[in-house]
Design a protein. Structure first.
Length: 281
């Protein structure tokens, strides 16, 4: 596993707490948002301002347009982006503070390392990472940790989108290559991304016609090569944080982050398996 991928696997659960912690859902409800998915879309996209469904679907890449349109722009009639953002960061900070209360010195050091890595990122063609990079750092250490992990996560994610689009794949088609590789299962993804069976089957047919998937929905040899190329490009495009930290810095991040990520997973704050394909490191 490359260093950029090892860095992602170690840190991603610390970001992913935001999607599952009850504090996050409660905070979204408290500011007026209705339902989990309105909170998800508004919360994740709040730094971009009152974004509409077309732009949001483009940025998020893997969601069905109709699913996004059920939440946006309606969310902004219930709560402003600034209120949503403030509530989201405060909520996940509380969730991490509770989960990691026995490891605060490690959290403090890790937050500083991840901030250094995030500061080294460039954001050309990466709108979501750029927006999160402009969010002011919270005063609390758990909030700093989460925000830095989020910038790094979205930086890598935006790069993954660039790589997949360059390979000629749509968001759903990219997801199907993950499933075809055995990383995640259809049942772990389709209900959470809003794709109809018709959309799903049409995308499978396109990838079969292209020689990416076989009759059983598994990657063909050429599909596996395409998948490897996307992951290699994603790693290459995520190399700036690794270069900023150096091998010793990355090793220290792994040493600190892996136990913390295991702690949030073992506490039930991030389920495994999950729709993002995040493993227990």
């Amino acid at each position: 596993m490359t260093l950029p991928r090892r860095l992602w696997a170690a840190v991603e659960p610390l970001h992913a707490v935001v999607y599952f912690a009850p504090e996050t859902a409660a905070a979204a409800k408290a500011v007026g948002l209705r339902g989990y998915w309105m909170g998800y879309f508004a919360g994740r996209l709040a730094p971009l301002g009152p974004i509409g469904p077309a732009a949001a679907t483009s940025v998020l890449f893997g969601f069905a347009p109709a699913m996004v349109a059920r939440a946006l722009p309606d969310a902004w009639s219930f709560a402003s982006p600034s209120d949503v953002l403030e509530a989201r960061v405060s909520a996940v900070e509380k969730a991490l503070e509770t989960a990691l209360s026995r490891a605060l010195p490690a959290v403090d050091e890790l937050a500083s390392l991840l901030e250094r890595a995030a500061d080294a990122c460039r954001f050309d063609g990466r709108p979501l990472a750029a927006a999160w990079s402009a969010v002011p750092r919270p005063s609390g250490v758990p909030g700093r940790l989460w925000l830095a992990a989020t910038v790094l996560r979205e930086h890598r994610g935006d790069g993954h989108v660039l790589s997949a689009v360059h390979a000629g794949l749509s968001g759903l088609e990219t997801t199907l290559t993950h499933i075809g590789d055995g990383v995640i299962a259809r049942g772990d993804v389709q209900p959470h991304r809003g794709w109809s069976d018709e959309d799903w089957d049409a995308a499978v047919d396109r990838l079969r016609d292209r020689g990416v998937l076989d009759a059983a929905g598994h990657l063909t040899p050429s599909g596996a090569a395409l998948r490897r190329g996307i992951e290699e490009d994603t790693d290459r495009l995520a190399s700036a944080p690794v270069e900023a930290l150096g091998e010793e810095g990355v090793a220290r991040v792994l040493e600190l982050a892996v136990p913390l990520s295991r702690a949030v997973i073992d506490a039930g704050l991030v389920p495994v398996p999950n729709p993002m394909g995040v493993p227990r490191p």
